[in-house]
Design a protein around this ligand. Sequence first.
Ligand SMILES: [Zn+2]
Ligand SMILES: [Zn+2]
Length: 253
Amino acid sequence: MQWQIPFEKQLFNPLQLLPTVCVVCLRQCESDFNLCAACVSQLPTLANICSRCGLPLTTELAPFEKERRCAACIGLQFSVASCRGLYHYSSPVDALLGAFKFGGRLDVGYGLSRLLARAIGEHYGTGSKPDLLIPVPIHTRRYLQRGFNQAWELAKVAGKLNGIEVSNRLVIKTRHTEAQSNLASATERKNNLRRAFEINPRFPVRDVTHVTIIDDVVTTMTTVTAIAKLLQRHGISRVEVWCVARASRVFGP
Ligand SMILES: [Zn+2]
Ligand SMILES: [Zn+2]
C-alpha cells in the first residue's frame, strides 16, 4: 500500500527550526520578519513628501496650503492619484532590494513586504481601502529568468495582512521590453511601454473602482502611469501607487 502524505507535510524547511535572524546584522531577531527593529530604524524613511508623486518636498509649504504638492505637481491632474514609498532608494535599501530582486533572496523580500504591509495598513486605517492591490506585472520571459515577480511577492503579503484582495491577473504584460532604467529620455521610456500592458479579458472588473498598484521601486512613474491610464480606460476611477523605495534620480528630458 502506498502512503499518501499531504503535500504540505512533504515540505521540510530546516529554517523553521532556527530562530529568525536579521538579514542585515545577522543578530537574532525579535520580530518574525527577518529585519530587527534596530536595523529598521536605520532605514532612510521618506518624510515630508509631495502628496502626488511621493518625492520629498524641497521647500516648506505655507500653512494655508491644503495640498502638499511639489512644484512639478502643483495644479496638474494625473492618472495616478498618489504615489507613496517607504524609503529613499539609497543605502541600505538599494542593497536589500537588489538582494531580493536579483539575488533571489525571498527572505529579504519578505522583510520588506512586512514593512510595506504595515505602512499600507497605517495609511488606510479604518477608512476606505482599495478594492484591489495589483503588482506591476512582468513579462513571462522575465518571470522565467527570475523565477518570481518581486512586486507580486510584496503585494501578496500586503494584501493578506490588511484584508485587501490581491490579483496578478487583472493587468498582464504582453510585450517584453527593455528595462526602463536603461533608457535615457522620457520619450524613449514612454515608447518602450507602448501597448506593453493589457487588461486580462478573462478577469472580471465589476465592482472595482479603486486600485492600488504595488512595486518595489518607482523612479520616473512612467510604468505606473501607463498602467493607471489602462485601468482608467476600463472604468477604474481611482489609482494609487505604493512602493518600497522612491528613487529621485532625474533622467534626461
Ligand atoms: Zn538587524
Ligand atoms: Zn510631486
